[in-house]
Design a protein around this ligand. Structure first.
Ligand code: SF4
Ligand code: SF4
Length: 337
């Protein structure tokens, strides 16, 4: 995106404030400067040479969660997150040590030490009868932090009779994108496209954040494999959850896809996804703590139910509030049944 394109997009904002009712960061902070509308007023002044962009303004762009809820509500369909990425890419001074993606990698590395011996399943031993070819996109958390979800997915695939499975170990690129590091993000996306065999039937994700990124990346590729979530695959096999003691915590990134039974209870949607809490922990501690306070409310709503979710960052955030046993990924829950 060039400056002139950003200027045009920013100019489309009618200041209607509809984004105010959905932006989770605004709802937690009540600060207009964290809202697309507030930011676009500053950007308008910048593009019309009335004002410079302050370092604080650029730094505060890191408080956007890239959830795209504002875009879904915006009458002009402005992709605020994309605009913020380009502004960061162009005007943010890069300090490698402090970058979010660098700190994220360090976190993965240290967390990974605990995970070395937890990857249990050997897919070479799968002897099912189904010929469909599958790529399972495991994502960084399964690879480096906790493989319980991946082990559950592989066990499910084995039970369903799939034998042609490959595991893709790459990162979806979400941390790079949110850092405004467009060059590395594009490079990573190309790496993903080149790593995916063209003759596969399904690419399966068990984490919604990975799914959302892959959906964007695959749009620009010739790969015709069907991208699906593990719950969509299970519903193709007529698996469903009908457990009264289960509550589904829908992540912010799950929009318009997936197939979790509509009849199972869902947690109050006002309690926004803990993706934010985790995400901001690395970007902005005070905001993260504010979100955490909001998340404490979750505890009042769960009683003796099990919480299931479909995003790894959401799972980690919820587990830090409620304990490891109380919160499971969808696949872990199904695999335990
Ligand atoms: S992408 Fe999400 S966090 Fe960012 S401005 Fe829009 S609603 Fe707010
Ligand atoms: S919803 Fe869209 S047009 Fe309305 S204030 Fe927000 S960014 Fe501007």
């Amino acid at each position: 995106m060039e400056d002139k394109d950003i200027k045009e997009e920013v100019y489309k904002c009618s200041k209607c404030a509809l984004c105010k009712s959905v932006c989770p960061v605004y709802l937690a902070t009540k600060n207009e400067m964290y809202l697309p509308r507030g930011r676009f007023i500053i950007l308008n002044r910048f593009f019309n040479n009335h004002e410079k962009l302050s370092p604080q303004f650029i730094q505060d762009l890191d408080k956007c969660l890239y959830c795209n809820l504002c875009k879904d509500f915006c009458p002009s369909s402005i992709d605020s997150a994309e605009i913020f990425t380009h502004i960061k890419n162009k005007y943010k001074k890069r300090a490698l040590i402090l970058s979010f993606s660098f700190r994220y990698k360090i976190w993965l590395l240290f967390s990974g030490l605990k995970n070395i011996f937890s990857q249990k399943i050997n897919i070479k031993k799968f002897k099912g009868t189904r010929d469909e070819k599958i790529i399972y996109f495991e994502g960084c958390i399964n690879r480096y932090v906790n493989s319980d979800d991946k082990n559950a997915v592989l066990s499910i695939l084995n039970t369903l009779g799939y034998k042609n499975i490959k595991i893709n170990h790459l990162c979806c690129g979400y941390p790079l994108l949110t850092d405004g590091d467009i060059k590395s993000y594009k490079k990573n996306s190309e790496k993903i496209i080149n790593s995916l065999d063209k003759d596969v039937d399904y690419i399966i994700c068990s984490c919604d954040s990975c799914y959302s990124e892959l959906q964007k990346i695959l749009k620009n590729s010739e790969n015709k494999a069907k991208l699906i979530t593990i719950d969509e695959l299970l519903s193709m096999h007529n698996y469903d959850i009908s457990d009264e003691k289960v509550i589904y915590f829908k992540p912010l990134t799950r929009k318009g896809y997936g197939n979790i039974n509509k009849n199972i209870k869902q947690l109050n949607p006002q309690l926004k996804c803990s993706l934010m809490e985790n995400f901001l922990m690395y970007k902005n501690k005070s905001l993260s703590e504010m979100m955490r306070e909001q998340m404490q409310l979750v505890q009042m709503n769960i009683e003796d139910n099990t919480i299931i979710t479909t995003c790894q960052l959401t799972r980690i955030g919820l587990q830090s509030l409620l304990g490891d046993k109380k919160v499971l990924m969808y696949s872990e829950y199904i695999n335990k049944k």
